[in-house]
Design a protein around this ligand. Structure first.
Ligand code: SF4
Length: 84
């Protein structure tokens, strides 16, 4: 058995990444401001009508997760893909 350097120091090993998809949790969105995540999406996949929760165009979204870092109430989340 090979020595596992990472686990010896309590570090988490990087395994194959789980496929995740972007999910909009509308109940977490206060829906009272312009969504800062809409402007940072490199694919133009997020749109917002007025101050409503943003909508995701799944044909454009690459599930990169960048937008989740700009949603402070946590309404944009990457979730595990179902059935994978
Ligand atoms: S996950 Fe990436 S591609 Fe999809 S909406 Fe967010 S920033 Fe855009």
């Amino acid at each position: 058995m090979a020595f596992d350097f990472a686990s010896f120091f309590g570090l988490k090993q990087a395994g194959p990444k789980e496929p995740k998809v972007l999910t909009v949790l509308t109940h977490k969105c206060p829906q009272n401001h312009r969504c800062p995540a809409v402007g940072v999406c490199p694919s133009g996949a997020l749109t917002q009508k007025g101050v409503a929760a943003p909508k995701v165009d799944k044909r454009k979204c690459t599930d990169c997760g960048k937008c989740t870092r700009y949603c402070f109430p946590g309404a944009l989340k990457m979730k595990r893909k179902e059935g994978v």
